[in-house]
Design a protein around this ligand. Structure first.
Ligand SMILES: *Cc1c(COP(=O)(O)O)cnc(C)c1O
Length: 398
C-alpha cells in the first residue's frame, strides 16, 4: 500500500472521495479495513533493514505510517489534487508541523491577524521563543503583506474565510507576493472546506485542515491534514511528524475515510441550510449585522465570486446589547446547542469574545472585528425551518 490514488485521479471529485486511496487486503473487503496495529512483522532481517533504509516500500511502525491512515492520506491527496497528504492527530498538530518544521531561528513569518485562536498563538507567541520573528498584517490588504516582507521572510500564513468574522483574503494575490518574496504560503482552509476553495490551484504551497470539522463532519473524531508537493512535505514536514509523533489514530482515519464519502452531500446541504438561515437573519431587524460569504453585501464579495465555489457553512452576526444580548440569545436557543465545534451535522452556536477569543485583550479583539455582541453559528443538517424557528424565538428574547 504505497502512494496510490486508486486510479481515480482523473474522475470527478465525488468519485475520488468514495474510491480514492482504497487498497484491499487479501480478504477483498468492500470497505476500508481498519488496521489497529502498532507495527508490522518482517519476513526476514534483510527485509527489516530494507524498510528502515526505505528501499522496501512496506510499513514499519505506527508513528511513521499505517495502512488505514495511508488510505485517508491518499484519498485526500487525490481529492485536493496534491502530490502528498500527511495526516495528524489534530488540526493544530497539522498547523504546528506545517509552520514550524520548515523554519529556523532567524527566519521571519508574515501572517494575517484574523486567525483561529490557537493558530495565532503558534505564530504570535510560540515562534518568537525559537528566534522566529512574526509580523501580523491586515490580511485583506495586499499592500500590507508586501510591506511586511523582509530579506529573511520564509513563510506566509493565512486562514480564509477567517474565524469568526468570515473575512475573505485574496489567496492568489497573497501567493503572488509570497512568490516574489521567496516565501512559502500556508493556507488553513477549514472554513471554506476542501469543496468550496482550492488554495493549491490559487498558488498556495501547503494547505492544512482540521479534519475535526467538516471532514469528520459528525463531531466524533479529532484529526488534521497537511497537503502539498512531495518536495515541500518531504523536505522538513514529514521528518518533523515522524520524530515528534502527532500521529492520527487508525480508528480516527477509518471514521474519516467513511466521512469523506459523504463530504459533498453534507457540505452542500449545510451550505444551502446556512444560506436559508443567513437570508432570514439578514431580513430581521434585531441582528445589527450579518456576515455570510454567500451574501452580495459581504465586504469581499468580489473575491468570493472569483475564489470560492460555494459559501461557508458558518454565519457571523451581531446582536444588540453586547455580551448580555449575545448571552440572552445563546441561552434561549433550544435546538441549536452552545458548543465551539463547527462543521458538525448538529447546528452549534458560540460567543467568540468569551470563548474561542477570550484570551485576547479587548483591543486585539476589536482589531480582529470580534465584538461583544458577535455570535458565530455553524449550520448543520437539520431542516432549515426548524433552525429558523429556534432562532426566531431566541431573537425575541434579546
Ligand atoms: C478547529 C480549527 C483548527 C484546529 O483544529 P483542531 O482539530 O481543533 O486541532 C485550526 N484552524 C481552524 C480554522 C479551525 O477551525
Amino acid at each position: 500500500m504505497s502512494a496510490s490514488d486508486g486510479g481515480v485521479a482523473s474522475l470527478h471529485p465525488e468519485t475520488r472521495l468514495v474510491h480514492g486511496g482504497t487498497v484491499r487486503s487479501q480478504f477483498g473487503e468492500t470497505s476500508e479495513a481498519l488496521f489497529l496495529t502498532q507495527g508490522h512483522v518482517y519476513d526476514n532481517a534483510a527485509q527489516a533493514e530494507g524498510r528502515f533504509l526505505n528501499t522496501d516500500p512496506g510499513f514499519q511502525y505506527g508513528r511513521l505510517s499505517n495502512p488505514t491512515v495511508a488510505m485517508l492520506e491518499n484519498r485526500m491527496a487525490a481529492f485536493e489534487g496534491a502530490e502528498v497528504c500527511r495526516a495528524t492527530a489534530t488540526g493544530m498538530a497539522a498547523v504546528t508541523a506545517a509552520v514550524m518544521a520548515p523554519l529556523r531561528a532567524g527566519d521571519h513569518v508574515v501572517a494575517a491577524g484574523a486567525l483561529f485562536g490557537s493558530c495565532r498563538y503558534i505564530i504570535e507567541d510560540h515562534l518568537p521563543r525559537y528566534g522566529v520573528e512574526t509580523t501580523l498584517v491586515e490580511g485583506t490588504d495586499i499592500e500590507s503583506w508586501r510591506k511586511a516582507v523582509r530579506p529573511n521572510t520564509k513563510l506566509f500564513f493565512l486562514e480564509s474565510p477567517s474565524n469568526p468574522t468570515l473575512e475573505v483574503i485574496d489567496i492568489a494575490a497573497v501567493a503572488a507576493v509570497a512568490k516574489e518574496a521567496g516565501a512559502k504560503l500556508v493556507v488553513d482552509n477549514v472554513f471554506a472546506t476542501p469543496l468550496f476553495q482550492r488554495p493549491l490551484e490559487l498558488g498556495a504551497d501547503i494547505v492544512v485542515y482540521s479534519a475535526t470539522k467538516h471532514i469528520d463532519g459528525q463531531g466524533r473524531c479529532l484529526g488534521g491534514l497537511i497537503l502539498g508537493s512531495k518536495e515541500l512535505i518531504e523536505a522538513d514536514i514529514q521528518n518533523f511528524l515522524r520524530q515528534t509523533g502527532p500521529s492520527l489514530s487508525p480508528f480516527n482515519a477509518w471514521v474519516m475515510l467513511k466521512s469523506l464519502e459523504t463530504l459533498p452531500l453534507r457540505v452542500e446541504k449545510q451550505a444551502q441550510n446556512a444560506t436559508r438561515v443567513a437570508d432570514w437573519l439578514a431580513a430581521q431587524t434585531k441582528p445589527l449585522k450579518v456576515i455570510f460569504p454567500g451574501h452580495p453585501g459581504h465586504p469581499q464579495a468580489e473575491i468570493i465570486a472569483r475564489q470560492m465555489s460555494g459559501p461557508s457553512t458558518l454565519i457571523a452576526f451581531e446582536v444588540p446589547g453586547g455580551k448580555q444580548g449575545a448571552y440572552r440569545l445563546l441561552d434561549a436557543c433550544k435546538l441549536i446547542r452552545i458548543s465551539n465545534n463547527l462543521g458538525d451535522a448538529k447546528s452549534l452556536i458560540v460567543h467568540p469574545a468569551t470563548t474561542t477569543h477570550q484570551r485576547f485583550t479587548p483591543e486585539v479583539r476589536a482589531a480582529m472585528g470580534v465584538t461583544d455582541g458577535m455570535i458565530r453559528l455553524s449550520i448543520g443538517l437539520e431542516h432549515p425551518d426548524d433552525l429558523i424557528a429556534d432562532l426566531e424565538q431566541a431573537l425575541a428574547k434579546v
